[in-house]
Every structure is written in structure tokens, then in C-alpha cells.
Design a protein around this ligand. Structure first.
Ligand code: MTE
Length: 883
């Protein structure tokens, strides 16, 4: 190559505009804004200082790459050879928007083909297959015959962040950290221009590419859709230079394909052949690499059944939305004394397929609340620049709308807040509202891993220490490894923070759910979402379960849960609540109220609502809302006995009360940690209804035993680590105690002189709430007879509190416990609550007509027995209330 020829391939400093100021990442702008380039002379980032490595490193000396000098800072991910590396995340981030070629990540499936400098211009490649005009040309021809263009492009390996997957469960891929991503100015020719010249024939649909590297399963090759290659908006190019200098050997010298917005695996290096075809590439690496197989396909299944691999639906092209935190770095410590009061958290984000990242959000409370970070899209500054030569090509991007590069984000957070939090999460969303998922989608190749990126915070004396999820390759460190080594289950839905109750409850199978028929045959009435919405009032409430519409009007009076639970769902999708709370019998009753099916548009509209994160509204005086789930964070968990806990939840602010009338309940919604299925149950908190800032819920945990499945909800609650939130909705229930003997049942007021309160096990909690209200109000002379049944003495819940109230109020209260396994010397009652006990202590004849009411809450068997016995004793259903 003559010096004159080489001029195309070298960086000419004359091309370059003045160097822009160093840091462009934000300052005091309002969070969520993007930082604009200065309007007059857009200054775009230039390549960072570079130095071509000159030394062949020791590990390479005995490999086929023994001729190739490399940078020693790179972290090797697959031992010595082939060369697969990423830079330390901090070094990569500190280079800025553009990465120097020596720190740019490398993914080689085998040895690096060696093309000496003098052979570069004679490098031959071809475009053949289903084309009218096959092309065979050299790099010299490409430089001579086409205008050279320069684009900033981010390449990302599909395995970026795979180590996180490997720690959860070993995949078939090696362990990338979060630095399998790099950006450079690539110079070359838009691929579409060559394809137009070759003129694809009718029926041609794919563009297959092959590299010069000969590997165990043939050369490296893959394909993309042909119409992407001819679409200028996709930005695909044949590149020969990177940051203004000839491609380095590891990055495809002398010629490669660069496909922006797609996984790096499609950007074939050392390009030799392009073949236009009607089918996707049959190259071994196209089929057995770069796929996200369904999550249930195990490594064994994938190895035994090749049909999974040949299904083009599982091939990956566009990158998924992703982000990571770079500062604080892994293991960084921040001194709480003497440091700036505010710390700037920073990182990167990228979207796929040219889609722009439109928001980056940070949470310090595990997703309960989010804040917007500032975003710096340095790529825009190239768009805004005038047409000019840059790095041996023309920079002229004013009409390129797609976003092919990463962006940087930052957010200032006070040290105080960091000190109070146990982790920082980031998630990004793109312009199509593709948002990073909370939880990992594990797959056999571990590709496209993009759950929220979590950095943990540990307080050590006056320091905060930060831990990233992992460290690349076999490097030790990271909170995931720590949690796993301590026996945590990283797949439990709480980042492994589970405490006890690890057994996975069996999910309700579709078959089981389908057994109960809830729809009328032959009812072909399609209902639109607008019609549904018209029935969102109390008078004539319609609601949706599994896409079917039901009219709740006739049932308002008789609903055991009270009218409020129907009206709370009016005009809405109540599937989660209905399915989770109702018995098979109740489900069967729904059929009578079936009035039609929601049309497809309506289903889509409701599905969209379900997926929406809850918008945090202005602080309210009371916490509970009847029609919206509200989140509260678990702030304390007190073990009362081996199977009983008091969970304390923090409300939105210190002055907020729960907003639960006495006698009513709330619903708690948790997601099954593994299946993410909603588990909903109603509870009555034991804290005073006037308590501010927090509330306490007493839960008896029904553990799985060899003989029977335990309680789904109570076990999931038990597994909930402090600092995580659950969701609440309410109030619900048909009973309310207003004070001084006044109460309402389904909003009809009654006056009661005596309450007979019958409970079993944790059924005491709603009873206790009413009992306490009466006992602590001196001027309330309503009488209470309490009959509480348990197996063992230690099973009696709230005993101390009940006893104390009874002692202070013996004139208006009789408190009795009955035990089925009473200890020796037990002076209370013995045996189950059944007819004899009820006759003695809850006899109908002892009370005037309409003056007494029986409140019952306990296990189903107890409620049934009590119901029967009370009716036989002469009680009327109107006087009985089953919680
Ligand atoms: N091209 C060839 N010929 N051989 C390869 O091994 N690896 C692919 C792609 N092109 C590969 C290839 C993969 S998986 C990636 S992620 C990118 O190149 C990496 O490009 P880089 O090494 O320049 O970062």
C-alpha cells in the first residue's frame, strides 16, 4: 500500500473539530431532562487518546494469535484463547462516549485472521447469490468507488451482563460483566449502496455474511433480513476504520460489517462473502448462537433437541433495552464524614433497533418509588454538526433519526438518602416504552440479560460500601455471589433476600382454574370498554373476570364480602382479586351474573392498565384506597411464636393513618416470588385504626408439611425481607362498628347490646379489632362474650392484649378460651366450639330479639359447625356475621 493510498485509512487531525469540553454529563438541570448541545457550534465527542499496543502479551504467545499485541488491562473471559475480553467497567466508562480501540470489547470465536498492512487494500470480498449483478471487489475498489461515511455506533455483545444469569443458573455461555459494550466512530460505505448495485432478485429475503476465520464448525457466519440492509435508517455499513484509524486485527481488520442497534454477533468481522438468499443463514454459528430460547429449555433439552435452535423465532437481532450503573463502582467506598453531601450516580443505557432511550429511572426503595435521571445523548451532537470530514469519512447525520449509540445518565442523590437505602436500582425505557424487566429471564445461552441493574449499599461505620451484581469472568465479588454463598435463592423474586419459607407453593394450573364454569353458554354479547366504563358506579356495577363481563347489581346486598368489594371493582378488571379470594362455590355462582364478553380492544385496554406502574399521587391523609393498590414497605418483622409474626409496614408519611373503619379489612397482594402470580388475601391489622405512619398485621404462617401444602400467602409473607413492599387495597367488608352499640351491615344501621364473638386461630384478628374498640371506650357499654378456640395454649393469638382488656372491663366482657389440646392444669374450656359449648355460652334465649349479634371468624370447618349449631339454637341468619 502506498502512502497516498493509506491516507484514506488514517486519521487526519485536519478533519477534526476543536476538542469539546471534557465532561458533558449534566450539572444542575432538572432531573429527566436531556442535556442539550450548545446551540451555536455543536461539539461532538472525539476519540479518547489512544496508544496502539506494541507488546505481545505472555498468555497469547502460545496461541494462534501470538503475533498480535494487545492491551493488558482487558479482562479475559474465556481463559487464554480465543480472545474474549471486556475492559474494567470503570475504565470503559471513564473513556467517555467513544471507546479507544484497545479497550473496545472483543468477541472472537477463534483465531484472528492476519492481514498484513501491505495486503489491506487487496483484501477481496464478494456479493453473490440471488443477485442480478454479482460483485467481486477489493477494499481498494470500495474506497475508490464509494463515498466514505463516518457514523458513531455502539456495539454490544448479546452476552453483556451474562455473569448474572450464570450465577443464578449456569448457562451455556461465558461470564460477561456489564462492559460487553463499546462505541466508536466507524468509517466505511453504507451496505445498501452495494446491495442496490448487485440488484437482488425477486424472492431474495436474507443477507448472509461470512468471515475469514476458519472455526471448528466452518467459518463464522450469520444473516439479517435483506430489507434491513437496504434501509438507510438501519445504518448498516461495511467498515474499514474505527475512530479514524484502520480497524485493529481483533475488530475485523481490514473489513467488517457493522450493524447498529443489533447484537454484536451480526456484525461479521474479516468479511469475505455476502450471499443473498431466500432463507436465513444455515451457518452453524447462526443456528447455535445468538438465540434466546424459551426459559424452560434446559441445557440438557437444548443439547438433545435441535428443533429449538432451528426455530427462527428465537433468533435475536435488535438489542433489548438495558442500563447499568458505573459510578459508584464495585467495591467503592464513600466516607459519610467530610464528603460532599450529594453524590452523583452515573451509568450508561442503550436501546435496540435504533430506538432511543427516553427515560432512565432510579429507585432507592426496591421499586416502590422512582426518580428520573438526567440523560446525555452525545449522539445528538453529531446529528447537529454541519457536513464535514471526520476520521476519513463524511459526517452528515442531520437526517438520521435513529439512535445507534449508548447514552449516559446521572442523578444526584444525597449521602443521607444513600445511607438510608440498601440498594440503588436503575432501569431504562425506550421510545417504544420497552422497559427493562424487574426480574431476569433466564435462558440457556444467557443472552440479552437486562433486568434492573442493582448495586447494593452496606453501611460500615462511617462508610458506605457499594457492590455491583457480579464481577466479570471468574473474578470473585458482587452481591449475587455473596447472597448465593450465604444460601440465598437468587431466583426467589427478592434478589435472594428470602428468609425462610423457601418451598415453592404450587401454582394454580390452568386446568384447575378452568374446572369451574363461570360463563353462560350461547351468550354472544360483545361489550366494549366504553360500555364497561359506564358501569363504574355503585348503583349498577359491572366488572370483568378473565375477559368476561359480569353485572354485580343483584348481588350487592348478598355478597358475603360486602357491597364495597363489588363496587370497588366496578368498571375494572377484577380477575386477580376474584380468582385469588373466592372459593369454587363462589366462582360457580358468578355464572348467573354473566352478561357478555369484553371485545378484543377492551381486553387489550385493560391488559395495558394492569401492566402500568402505579403513579404515585400526592400524599393523602389516609393510606387505603378502595379502587387502587397502594404500596407500603415492610419495616419490621417480629416473631411472636414459631409460626406467628407481626409485620409492620411503613405508610407514605408519618402523619398518615390507615383509613380502615373498625370491623373492616384490607386486601394484601403479593406476587408469588417464583411464578409472579398474584396472591391476594384479606387481613385485619392489629394496630389501632388511629395509628399514624405505620400499621401492623399479625399473620399465622401455615407451613408446608409432608402431609399438606401450607398457606401460599402466609409463607410468601414470611419470605418477605424487610425493606420490600407489598400492595394493599381496601377497605372491604360488609360490617362496620360505629361505636356505642351502633353498627352497619351492608350499610344498614343496627343497634346491638351484646356481641357474641366466636373465633378460631388467626380468626381472632377482626374480632379483636371490634372487641378492643368497645373495651377501650369507657362510655361504650356494649357487652362482649368472646369464645376463642385454639389447639395449644401457645397458639392463642393476642392473648396478653385480650386478657388486659378483659381484666379492665369485667362488667361488660366475658372472655373464654377453649383448647383442643389443653395442658395439665388448664382452667379454661376444653374441646372444639360446637353445639354444647355454644348452648352454654351463646344461647339465643338469653338475649332479647334483635339485641345480640354473633360475629364469627375462623377456619372453614369451624364456621360451618358454628353456623349449623346456631341456627339449630334458634338464631336467625340476620343476626350472624361471618367475616
Ligand atoms: N465475526 C467473525 N468473523 N468472527 C467472530 O467470532 N464474533 C461476533 C461478531 N463478528 C465474530 C464476528 C460477535 S459474537 C460479536 S459480539 C462481535 O463480532 C464483536 O465485535 P468486536 O470483537 O469488534 O467487539
Amino acid at each position: 500500500m502506498t502512502e497516498e493510498e493509506n491516507v484514506h485509512l488514517r486519521r487526519t487531525t485536519a478533519d477534526l473539530p476543536p476538542t469539546p469540553p471534557d465532561s458533558e454529563d449534566g450539572g444542575p438541570e432538572k432531573a429527566g431532562t436531556e442535556i442539550a448541545a450548545s446551540s451555536s457550534t455543536p461539539s461532538f465527542p472525539l476519540p479518547p487518546p489512544t496508544s496502539t499496543p506494541t507488546q505481545v502479551l505472555d498468555p497469547d504467545k502460545k496461541t494462534p494469535d501470538s503475533w498480535l499485541p494487545r492491551d493488558p488491562r482487558l479482562i479475559r473471559l474465556t481463559g487464554v484463547h480465543p480472545f474474549n475480553v471486556e475492559a474494567p467497567l470503570t475504565d470503559l466508562f471513564n473513556e467517555g462516549f467513544l471507546t479507544s480501540p484497545e479497550l473496545f470489547y472483543v468477541r472472537n470465536h477463534g483465531y484472528v485472521p492476519n492481514c498484513e498492512d501491505e495486503d489491506v487494500l487487496n483484501w477481496e470480498f464478494s456479493i453473490e447469490g440471488m443477485v442480478e449483478h454479482p460483485i467481486a471487489m477489493t477494499l481498494r475498489d470500495l474506497l475508490d468507488q464509494y463515498e466514505q461515511r463516518t457514523y458513531p455506533i455502539t456495539l454490544v455483545c448479546a452476552g453483556n451482563r451474562r455473569k448474572e444469569q450464570n450465577i443464578v443458573r449456569k448457562t451455556k455461555g461465558f461470564s460477561w460483566g456489564a462492559a460487553g459494550v463499546s462505541t466508536a466512530l466507524f468509517t466505511g460505505v453504507p451496505l445498501g449502496e452495494l446491495i442496490h448495485r448487485a440488484k437482488p432478485k425477486r424472492g431474495a429475503r436474507y443477507l448472509c455474511m461470512e468471515g475469514a476465520d476458519k472455526l471448528p464448525n466452518g467459518c463464522y457466519g450469520t444473516s439479517v433480513k435483506l430489507n434491513w440492509a437496504t434501509d438507510p435508517n438501519k445504518g448498516m455499513m461495511l467498515a474499514h476504520a474505527m475512530n479514524g484509524e484502520m480497524l485493529r486485527p481483533d475488530h475485523g481488520k481490514p473489513l467488517r460489517v457493522v450493524i447498529p442497534g443489533q447484537i454484536g454477533g451480526r456484525s461479521v468481522k474479516w468479511l469475505k462473502r455476502i450471499v443473498i438468499t431466500s432463507e436465513p443463514s444455515d451457518n452453524w454459528y447462526h443456528i447455535y448462537d445468538n438465540r434466546v430460547l424459551p426459559t424452560m429449555v434446559s441445557p440438557e433439552e437444548a443439547a438433545n433437541n435441535s428443533t429449538w435452535w432451528k426455530d427462527e423465532r428465537y433468533a435475536i437481532y435488535d438489542l433489548s433495552t438495558n442500563s447499568a450503573i458505573a459510578q459508584p463502582a464495585h467495591d467503592q467506598q464513600l466516607c459519610l464524614v467530610g464528603s460532599e453531601p450529594v453524590y452523583r450516580v452515573r451509568g450508561y443505557a442503550y436501546g435496540g433497533g435504533g430506538r432511543r432511550v427516553t427515560r432512565v429511572e432510579i429507585t432507592l426503595d426496591k421499586g416502590k418509588t422512582w426518580r428520573l435521571a438526567n440523560i446525555d445523548y452525545a449522539e445528538d451532537r453529531y446529528r447537529e454538526a454541519r457536513r464535514q470530514n471526520l476520521c476519513g469519512g463524511v459526517l452528515d447525520l442531520w437526517d438520521h433519526e435513529a439512535s445507534f449509540c449508548w447514552c449516559f445518565w446521572n442523578l444526584d442523590i444525597s449521602l443521607e438518602e444513600l445511607g438510608q437505602s440498601s440498594d440503588i436500582f436503575v432501569r431504562a425505557m425506550d421510545e417504544s416504552m420497552n422497559i427493562q424487566p424487574r426480574d431476569m429471564y433466564w435462558s440457556v445461552l444467557g443472552m440479552m440479560n437486562n433486568p434492573w441493574y442493582r448495586v447494593t449499599i452496606t453501611k460500615e461505620n462511617d462508610y458506605l460500601r457499594f457492590e455491583h451484581p457480579t464481577q466479570p469472568a471468574l473474578l470473585p465479588g458482587g452481591w449475587m455471589e455473596r447472597v448465593k454463598n450465604a444460601g440465598g435463592n437468587l431466583a426467589n423474586g427478592y434478589w435472594g433476600e428470602q428468609i425462610g419459607g423457601e418451598e415453592v407453593p404450587e401454582p394454580v394450573t390452568e386446568a384447575a382454574a378452568a374446572e369451574v364454569k363461570m360463563t353462560k353458554d350461547g351468550l354472544n354479547n360483545l361489550i366494549t370498554v366504553d360500555e364497561l366504563r359506564k358501569h363504574d358506579k355503585e348503583e349498577n356495577p359491572w366488572f370483568v373476570v378473565n375477559g368476561e363481563v359480569y353485572d354485580g347489581t343483584d348481588y350487592l346486598k348478598d355478597h358475603p364480602g360486602g357491597a364495597s368489594s363489588i363496587t370497588a371493582a366496578a368498571g375494572m378488571d377484577a380477575t386477580d382479586e376474584f380468582v385469588a379470594i373466592h372459593s369454587e362455590t363462589a366462582k360457580a355462582m358468578l355464572i348467573e351474573h354473566h352478561i357478555g364478553t369484553l371485545d378484543e380492544k377492551g381486553k387489550a385496554a385493560l391488559a395495558g392498565e394492569e401492566g402500568q406502574p402505579e403513579v404515585d399521587s400526592e400524599p393523602t391523609a389516609v393510606f387505603l384506597q378502595p379502587r387502587a393498590w397502594r404500596k407500603a414497605t415492610l419495616c419490621n418483622k417480629k416473631t411472636v411464636s414459631w409460626d406467628t409474626r407481626i409485620f409492620s409496614f411503613k405508610l407514605d408519611h408519618g402523619e398518615q393513618t390507615l383509613g380502615l373503619p373498625v370491623g373492616q379489612h384490607l386486601m394484601i397482594r403479593l406476587r408469588d416470588p417464583v411464578t409472579r402470580e398474584a396472591i391476594i388475601r384479606s387481613y385485619t391489622p392489629i394496630s389501632q385504626t388511629t395509628q399514624k405512619g405505620t400499621m401492623d398485621v399479625l399473620v399465622k404462617v401455615y407451613f408446608n408439611t409432608n402431609e399438606r401444602k401450607g398457606g401460599k400467602m402466609s409463607q410468601a409473607m414470611d419470605a418477605l425481607p424487610v425493606g420490600h413492599f407489598v400492595e394493599f387495597k381496601g377497605p372491604i367488608g360488609k360490617f362496620r362498628y360505629l361505636g356505642h352499640g351502633r353498627c352497619t351491615v351492608n350499610d344498614v344501621e343496627r343497634r346491638i347490646k351484646t356481641f357474641i364473638m366466636i373465633s378460631g386461630g388467626s380468626g381472632i384478628t377482626p374480632i379483636y379489632q371490634v372487641f378492643r374498640e368497645i373495651m377501650q371506650e369507657r362510655s361504650d357499654d356494649t357487652r362482649c362474650v368472646v369464645l376463642d378456640s385454639n389447639r395449644l395454649l401457645e397458639d392463642i393469638l393476642c392473648k396478653e392484649e385480650l386478657d388486659a382488656h378483659a381484666k379492665d372491663n369485667h362488667e361488660k366482657c366475658r372472655l373464654m378460651y377453649t383448647l383442643t389440646s389443653a395442658p395439665d392444669g388448664w382452667e379454661g374450656l376444653r374441646g372444639r366450639i360446637a353445639a354444647p359449648l355454644l348452648k352454654e355460652h351463646a344461647s339465643r334465649s338469653a338475649h332479647g330479639a334483635g339485641e345480640a349479634m354473633v360475629l364469627v371468624c375462623g377456619p372453614e370447618a369451624l364456621e360451618k359447625t358454628v353456623h349449623k349449631a346456631l341456627l339449630e339454637d334458634g338464631w336467625k341468619d340476620d343476626d350472624l356475621l361471618f367475616f
